[in-house]
Design a protein around this ligand. Structure first.
Ligand code: AMP
Length: 284
């Protein structure tokens, strides 16, 4: 496994892999890797060729009052996980490598970034899109792998790739959960034992929403209200939003058709968590 900090090294390694006829898969991450990330690495590995993982805590996607400085950084452990999962190339650049003096470009996806997490975190998706566009330009993978855990991010990245004809396949991978249902997240490490217990209300409310849809509920307003009521009643949960939207366009649904994304965000103490359930292939 090669660990590169410079863009030039990455291009060289990718060029060598291409010369061998290998396909290239990219898994972008902010490090502090867990089983959710590992599942993306395994999906990439299963497709064969060179698996590239990027580890970069991207400053431009954090707001001024967010957790950039205390975001967990565990590079040695992350490299070990990458090695174990068959990653061929890790790209762990500095902020200066990604944003040298004079950097002046922002990639902005309109409308679908203005709601849900975009409304709570102004500028967040500009940071995400800009860094993902750069990573795709640096690595030029055949396929890039993203988690459904960040469902809005996945939809926004798909939109950007389509709009800019970036010519990369975006693969969404299912959310990996703890045995009790909590969606895995690098931010779970911030939770106190009490908050960790209380956070289960998120995945439980979403599991109930799924059950309701599978039992025939098609009224998006009623579904959202059910989840909201459940979370507003839950101890320790400071609810930010409940959204019932189309998983591809993120447009609000009046009625649920063949697909729906039910997404929530909440603060547990100082820690902001998100979770969602994606329902596809529903009977209409
Ligand atoms: P992050 O390091 O949090 O920026 O996440 C990097 C990638 O891993 C993103 O595509 C996330 O959606 C994905 N990811 C994070 N947590 C999970 C999870 N629990 N299950 C599946 N994918 C995840």
């Amino acid at each position: 496994m090669v660990a590169a900090q410079r863009i030039g090294e990455v291009r060289q390694e990718v060029r060598a892999a291409r010369a061998r006829g290998a396909r290239v898969g990219l898994v972008p991450t902010m490090g502090a890797l867990h089983e959710g990330h590992a599942s993306l690495l395994r999906a990439a590995r299963a497709d064969g060729g060179l698996v590239v993982a990027s580890i970069f805590v991207n400053p431009t996607q954090f707001g001024p009052t967010e957790d950039l400085a205390k975001y967990p950084r565990r590079l040695e452990r992350d490299l070990e996980i990458c090695r174990r999962e068959g990653v061929g190339l890790v790209f762990a650049p500095s902020a200066a490598e990604m944003y040298p003096a004079g950097f002046a470009t922002t990639v902005h996806v309109a409308r679908m970034t203005e709601k849900m997490c975009g409304a709570c975190r102004p500028g967040h998706f500009d940071g995400v899109c800009t860094v993902v566009a750069k990573l795709l330009a640096i690595v030029r993978p055949d396929t890039a792998y993203f988690g459904e855990k960040d469902a809005q991010q996945l939809a926004v990245v798909r939109r950007m790739v389509a709009d800019l004809d970036l010519g990369v396949e975006i693969r969404g991978c299912p959310t990996v959960r703890e045995p009790d249902g909590l969606a895995m997240s690098s931010r779970n490490a911030y939770l106190s034992p009490a908050e960790r217990r209380q956070a289960l209300a998120l995945s439980r409310s979403l599991a109930e929403a799924r059950e309701a849809v599978l039992a025939g509920e098609r009224d998006a307003g009623r579904l959202a209200a059910q989840v909201r009521q459940r979370l507003e009643a839950a101890e320790g949960v400071d609810l930010q939003y409940v959204a019932v939207v189309d998983p591809d366009t993120l447009e609000d649904l009046g009625r649920v058709g063949d697909k729906a994304l039910v997404a929530v965000a909440a603060k547990m103490g100082a820690t902001r968590l998100i979770d969602n359930v994606v329902l596809r292939g529903l009977k209409v």
